[in-house]
Design a protein around this ligand. Structure first.
Ligand code: HEC
Length: 165
């Protein structure tokens, strides 16, 4: 009798351990917090069943890129109405956009500076003229020295600016 009792205990302990491990692993999947926004729950419910959401958040793409990824997932078995799929694509494109391209201020034309860094035409031309007169910019301080430019606006784009390829 004593042995049976111990075996029951062991079985109980094992099933308890299995249950808590399962609980831990499913809460880990949920802990992959997606940014709030329209489509969050849809993505959680539609995209987390075959693989973890970590696979999804590791990806960055343009809207077209996300549309083809989601199409491909639908062909693998992901399901949703056309509206749901469109919402999912919008959500992913907004929250996991393609990595922005950097602007090399030593190669950029005035037009590049204007379109990529959203500087004014006047500031863009001032930067190109200064570069032509003084040679390539070595670093941020050199760039910020260009007379007359709106440095606050430039500073807002600091992360998008590089000085070499
Ligand atoms: C029916 C199962 C299934 C569902 C549901 C699913 N996927 Fe996938 N997904 C896969 C498989 C299988 C792979 C990996 C194999 C492959 O690349 O062909 C994958 C891979 C991925 C990848 C990695 C691609 C790469 O190139 O590394 C991304 C990103 C992705 N899925 C996004 C999503 C999104 C977003 C959704 C929700 C709309 C989704 N998945 C829903 C099956 C699924």
């Amino acid at each position: 009798m004593g042995i049976m009792k111990n075996m029951n205990r062991a079985a109980l302990l094992i099933s308890f351990l299995v249950a808590s491990l399962t609980a831990v692993s499913s809460s880990m999947v949920q802990a992959q917090d997606l940014p709030a926004g329209k489509g969050k729950e849809l993505v959680e419910n539609t995209c987390g069943s075959c693989h973890g959401l970590d696979v999804v958040v590791a990806q960055h793409a343009t809207k077209d890129g996300w549309a083809s990824i989601v199409d491909y997932m639908v062909s693998r078995g992901a399901s949703g109405t056309p509206e749901e799929i469109a919402t999912i694509v919008d959500y992913l494109a907004k929250n996991f956009p393609a990595a922005a391209t950097k602007t090399n201020v030593n190669k950029a034309t005035a037009m590049d500076l204007q379109t990529q860094l959203e500087l004014t035409a006047k500031d863009s031309e001032a930067i190109v003229k200064y570069r032509t007169d003084h040679g390539d910019f070595k670093d941020w301080d050199g760039l910020a020295k260009v007379p007359g430019i709106d440095t606050a606006k430039l500073t807002a784009k600091k992360d998008s600016i590089v000085f070499t390829e």
